[in-house]
Design a protein. Structure first.
Length: 409
């Protein structure tokens, strides 16, 4: 194989008590509590880390789009695969783990990906197939809890505090879900189990691919402190660069900063960063949560100015956002295109239609028109986003109950 392999992304700094796939990682309710565990009658008042303790599972499919292509075409297995256009104007929508070894990443221009890995095999995206597989996976989730919060086609949060099947622990539930996904779809999933959403998502990435990591009550702060800051959900490549310039490389570095300092440098994101560095996250899992808008965005691995590349990227975003619109049974009248330039200025263009967008074709037409109006760009961009707002909804979505049941994971 040609091309120079890049060392796989470094794992986090040594993290205490990241329990791998171990059904006994948490004791049964009748067993003695281990140090740091929380019982049903444990008083968490004043204990920021364990406030609102729940059983949260984050499931993330492994290289989802590319893995579907490898599943359906045996000749692709074990080879570097990218989903996306192969032309000079194309963009990588997803990359297999074999391709990632060479540095190929999603949202990367195809010409760059080809340069990094000359043997890279490009596959045209089959979003109808990905959506079908995603529905199979979500059906499995709903066998264990009604409180499923999808983040995209390939990942979701599950609140399994109420053990509907009497399985005994969130760890066992995660194991069973991963087994059923493999049996049903012939694909692998990684999962993180913890007592809040932030930690569960960190954990799901820890032992990828095809892994399981559990963060117990009382271990979250230490786990977060040991993480490279780029692993924090919500800290993109540019945010990580800014933090590095400010001397923040790890969660411990971030935790050393007080709230006024963070607000001065990160504005509205400061409170989230302050809590995250301490392993604290009180957000509930919200099933089909009520939204004022539905959208998605992509941060590019390198600055992009080519109109052709931007158009292909927009097509990928349209697919993802339209899936979210359908999943939320939402319709809306306003389509907004967002772009962040290399000087960090953000611009938006919006179009309000006389009636709600009723089809993917109408949504795509409005989005393409907004991009055409923005070209040529004054500067290269680092991020592109697309949103549908002024929503009308066909359902009355609910959320996970606010009252936490303080049981052992």
């Amino acid at each position: 194989m040609h091309g120079r392999a890049i060392e796989p992304r470094a794992r986090a700094l040594p993290v205490p008590n990241c329990h791998r796939c171990n059904a006994t990682a948490f004791p049964r309710r009748s067993e003695p509590l281990s140090e740091g565990a929380v019982s049903e009658d444990h008083d968490t008042e004043g204990d920021d880390e364990t406030q609102g303790l729940r059983k949260i599972v984050h499931v993330d499919m492994d290289a989802f789009f590319a893995s579907v292509e490898q599943r359906d075409n045996p000749e692709l297995r074990g080879k570097p695969v990218a989903v996306g256009g192969s032309s000079g104007r194309g963009v990588v929508a997803a990359a297999s783990y074999e391709a990632r070894v060479f540095g190929v990443r999603s949202a990367m221009p195809s010409i760059t990906a080809r340069r990094l890995c000359p043997d890279l095999i490009f596959c045209k995206g089959r979003f109808d197939v990905y959506r079908e597989v995603s529905e199979q996976i979500r059906a499995i989730f709903h066998d264990y809890t009604p409180f499923v919060e999808p983040l995209s086609l390939d990942e979701a949060y599950l609140d399994v505090t109420d053990d509907l099947k009497g399985i005994g622990s969130a760890t066992r539930i995660a194991q069973e879900i991963r087994r059923r996904i493999r049996e049903t779809t012939r694909l692998t999933a990684s999962a993180g189990v913890s007592y809040n959403k932030f930690l569960a998502k960190l954990a799901s990435d820890q032992n990828k691919p095809d892994g399981l990591c559990v963060i117990r009550p009382g271990e979250g702060a230490a786990f977060a402190r040991a993480m490279p800051i780029r692993r924090f959900h919500g800290v993109g490549p540019r945010g990580a660069e800014k933090m590095t310039r400010l001397g923040i490389e790890t969660g411990a570095d971030l935790a050393a900063k007080d709230l006024p300092w963070l607000r001065a440098h990160f504005g509205s994101r400061a409170d989230y960063l302050y809590r995250a560095a301490r392993g604290v996250d009180l957000r509930p899992v919200r099933a089909n949560r009520i939204r004022k808008s539905v959208g998605g965005e992509r941060t590019f691995g390198e600055d992009i100015s080519s109109g052709a590349v931007l158009r292909e990227t927009l097509e990928n975003i349209i697919e993802i956002v339209w899936d979210r619109i359908e999943r939320n049974q939402a319709s809306g009248r306003t389509v907004t295109l967002k772009m962040k330039y290399t000087d960090f200025q953000i611009t938006t263009r919006a179009r309000s239609l006389p009636r709600s967008v009723g089809s993917k074709a109408a949504f795509a037409e409005a989005a393409r028109s907004l991009l055409d109006e923005s070209l040529p760009l004054p500067l290269p961009i680092r991020l592109m986003g697309l949103t549908l707002s002024n929503l009308d909804r066909a359902d009355e979505p609910g959320g996970a109950p606010d009252t936490a049941q303080l049981r052992l994971l």
